[in-house]
Design a protein around this ligand. Structure first.
Ligand code: NQM
Length: 359
């Protein structure tokens, strides 16, 4: 099926419909997307953009307390490669609907609760969304920035996201580092992110994504910092990887917590990724981080362990509620957020017989 998950779009498969051999599977997926080096992805279903060149593989879960296993794969635009390192919280928001649509799971009542194991990182997320006669409802009043109109809400409750790809919430062992003279906070709360101070790069941080994408000097500096930060975060040589993402932060201008421009990792996002936003929010609330002084934080109430944060991005805002350990201002137990999703198409996708003859 082709589905919109949050503000991304991808091709969703049952694991049992793909080749069991991983090399053959990956070759098939590259041909499905048209992602064997052509940046236009003419000969495949990919949309020639990182946000529309995504794959989700779903299987019955082999993990206690979970219903399905979800594997995310990023088809790298313009490269003959896939990256299985990162998560994608946007595609994740449609995996519950896919499980019902494909018959992998059955639910009755008005609301489906589906517990997802994210195989890329070992994290868990509970999805809750409205259903009727066992199938997802897609129409509704929920609105998310980056998507036209309104749809039914998908509530996403993540638990223990720390160290998703790097093994540690603060993967360099420090809350604030210096790379080539630029202050940085390397954080991994669901997504490895390098949070940077926009003004140190000679920009305000409010430029349009197109203007930033056209700024060759900025992109060169960001990539030089990314290669050093990726290594320092234990991710190895990240030259051909989709992580870490680079988040240029400035003070909020629309009543939010921080203002952001995120590179994923070499193209500026028109909004912000789900787990990228959770990681940026995590850096924003820690007093030792490189971006803390930009943040306008909600008043903390001693008895309230929920912190509602608003991450401003180029096309609006992303709201995330962090659940904190009791008595702590920055020990994070989980994150809750709203997404929407929609089934776009269902059918067969074809690859050349020389790649795979089929099951
Ligand atoms: O951060 C963009 C997106 C994403 C990934 C990216 C995502 C996430 O907007 O969880 O959703 O960072 O590549 O879909």
């Amino acid at each position: 099926m082709q589905m919109r998950g949050g503000s991304s779009k991808g091709v969703y498969f049952l694991a049992s419909d793909l080749p069991a051999d991983i090399m053959t599977r990956n070759n098939v997926l590259k041909w499905v997307m048209g992602a064997y080096g052509d940046p236009r992805q003419i000969d495949g279903l990919g949309g020639a953009d990182p946000l529309t060149s995504k794959i989700a593989i779903i299987d019955a879960s082999s993990h206690d307390g979970c219903d399905i296993d979800y594997t995310f794969i990023q088809a790298l635009v313009g490269q003959d490669d896939l990256d299985e390192t990162p998560n994608c919280g946007n595609l994740l928001s449609a995996v519950g609907a896919f499980a019902l649509e494909s018959g992998l799971l059955k639910r009755d009542g008005d609301t489906a609760h589906i517990d997802v194991f994210m195989t890329n990182s070992g994290n868990r997320c509970r999805l809750s969304f409205p259903i009727s006669d066992g199938l997802p409802l897609y129409d509704g009043d929920a609105r998310i920035d980056g998507v036209f109109g309104t749809s039914a809400p998908v509530m996403c409750h993540y638990a223990n996201l720390a160290g998703s790809a790097s093994g540690s919430l603060w993967p360099t062992g420090s809350k604030r580092d210096d790379f080539l003279g630029f202050s940085a906070t390397c954080v991994d709360n669901g997504m490895p992110v390098v949070a940077l101070r926009a003004t140190e790069f000679g920009i305000s941080g409010h430029e349009t994504p197109d203007a930033l994408n056209a700024n060759g000097d900025l992109k060169q500096k960001l990539e030089a910092v990314r290669l050093l930060a990726g290594d320092a975060m234990g991710l190895g040589d990240v030259a051909d990887k989709a992580v870490p993402k680079m988040c240029l932060v400035s003070a909020p201008v629309n009543g939010g917590t921080i203002h952001t421009r995120t590179f994923i990792p070499k193209i500026c996002h028109k909004a912000i990724g789900v787990l990228g936003a959770v990681s940026a929010a995590t850096a924003a609330i820690h007093p030792d981080s490189a971006i803390y002084d930009f943040a306008t934080l909600p008043q903390s109430d001693e008895n309230d362990n929920q912190k509602a944060l608003t991450i401003e991005h180029p096309s609006g805002v992303f709201d995330v509620t962090l659940t904190l350990a009791s008595g702590s201002d920055f020990d994070i137990l989980g994150a809750g957020l709203l997404r929407t999703a929609r089934l776009l198409a269902r059918g067969e996708v074809f690859v050349p017989k020389s790649v795979w003859k089929g099951a």
